[in-house]
Design a binder for this molecule. Sequence first.
Ligand code: ATP
Length: 215
Amino acid sequence: MLTVEGLNAWYGQAQALFNVSLTVGEGELVVIQGLNGAGKSTLLQSLIGIGPRAQGRIHWQGQAIQNWPAHRRARAGLGFVAEDRRLFTGLSVKENLWIAASSGSAPSGQATPVQRFDRVMALFPQLQVMLHRSASQMSGGEQQMLALARTLMTGPRLLLLDEPCEGIAPVLVAALRDALLQLTQEGVAMLVAEQNQILAGHAQRVLTLVGGRLA
Ligand code: ATP
């Protein structure tokens, strides 16, 4: 589904990624590990189109997308959840979800927004009981679930997740991990940056970034 070849990225004169190549197949879980500053976030951001200046080939479902703006990549089925979650904290859980639904691509034959909403409620029953709560009044783990649920409302085929389990209470980490594994069973592919080895044991491939290079 996703093929990355020779990806380089720079913040000004400082190169952050060096000749990174990888693939993610349908329904595959691929984990990117690496220490702080290794380039994990830069890689995910470059793939979704919000990274720094980059050069290299990115193919998604047979199309060269490296020159596409981020919104076009999202419409083509790439979903991204940033490390800081970027929720609308002044809005309720339900509002956060429905705003995302209106930005989804929903090509014919795919689920309707109502079907997607029912699906994320089944995946994250914890959210069902707090639909009218402000996102600012949720724990870190609940916010992470909401951020993921919001991205799922856009109907992605590949999820790019930046440290999804970081700083979350163990009981919610287990629920989050199970939901992510369930999604891969349903054919949603994932490229996940993580330092804490929570998903690595379930991954088809674990890649390690060291100083912006795949080791
Ligand atoms: P972390 O686990 O701490 O989030 P990371 O593996 O995601 O780290 P990146 O955030 O991608 O690493 O950073 C890769 C390199 O790029 C680091 O050397 C970092 O200092 C640099 N960098 C990241 N963001 C910027 C920026 N906005 N401006 C300049 N340099 C940056």
